[in-house]
Ligand binder design. Sequence first.
Ligand SMILES: [Zn+2]
Length: 109
Amino acid sequence: MNQKGQFSLRLIQKCPVCNQDFSTGRIQILDEENNSFLAYLTCANCRSSILVRVMTLPHGLVGNAILTDLNSEEVISFSEEEQINSNDVLFIYDYLAKKGDFIERLKQL
Ligand SMILES: [Zn+2]
C-alpha cells in the first residue's frame, strides 16, 4: 500500500470522502487476530466504504485505510484466499510460455 492510500486513525473517524462522522455509520469487524483487526466502515452519509487494518504495536495503534468498492462479504472472501506464492507465479509463467490462444486457455481454467 502506498502512502497516499493511508490515513491516520484520527482521519478514519471521519469519512475521507464527505467528512461525515463515522460514529453514525456502520462498522463491522471482519477479522481479528492477536494484535490486529480488519474493520469495514460504511459512511452513513455518502455510502463510501472504507477498509481499515489496525495493528496494536508496543508504541500504540497503527492503522491503514483504503477506500473500497467491495462489499464486506467480498472482502472476507478475498482475505481468506491464500497468498500468491512463487509456485503460482511459475505456474502462470509456464502457462503463458506455452503456445496457443491465451484467451481460450484462460476460459478453460
Ligand atoms: Zn461519506
